[in-house]
Write a protein that binds this ligand. Sequence first.
Ligand code: DC
Length: 205
Amino acid sequence: MSEGFTIAIDGPAAAGKGTVSKAVAAHFGFAHLDTGLLYRAVGAKVLAGIDATDAARGLVAEDLEDDSLRTPAVAQAASKAAVIADVRAALLDFQRSFAARSGGAVLDGRDIGTVICPEAPVKLFITASAEVRAKRRFAELAGRGIEDSFEAVLADVKARDARDMERVEAPLKPAADAVVIDTSDLTIEQAVAAAVEVVLKASQR
Ligand code: DC
């Protein structure tokens, strides 16, 4: 089933879509693209004083390897840059080419099932309550030595949710034919198993 097979995974910040996407890609031997990293790389450049659209147009592979991309400041800058239509347009071809690669691909982000790959045979929308997502993000940041209060992390998650869902260009929402997985009460293993099951079912159709 791998020939050009695309798995589109969307969802809000810290819902577990990165973890699920990596595990699903490993399970099926597919390539994985975390599209949030593209926007984070643009956000990091904006914080360095570069125009967002210029940054998106000039993005190179090394820009995705910067350790600072995982900080809350870069996440907010990414979410702000992601509102700009020209930024999104500049990142479109790269994402679509990645999706079309012959060995199969998993892309995760906010608009993969709705805009980037609306024809993908499998679309997942991975979500969880804002409190659960903030708890996970808080623990993840603490694990990396980034000190922030839980309240600040929760406010950050909610602000990003609002901006990502309310924007005009490619807002975050499940595609009409997406399968929604709420990971609030699931372990990582359960969430991955649920996602793998959806993919297997779709591939038998
Ligand atoms: O998935 P992430 O948290 O790394 O994404 C960072 C920001 O990038 C997110 O708040 C909104 C934006 N983004 C987007 O608009 N579209 C995508 N496909 C992926 C991310």
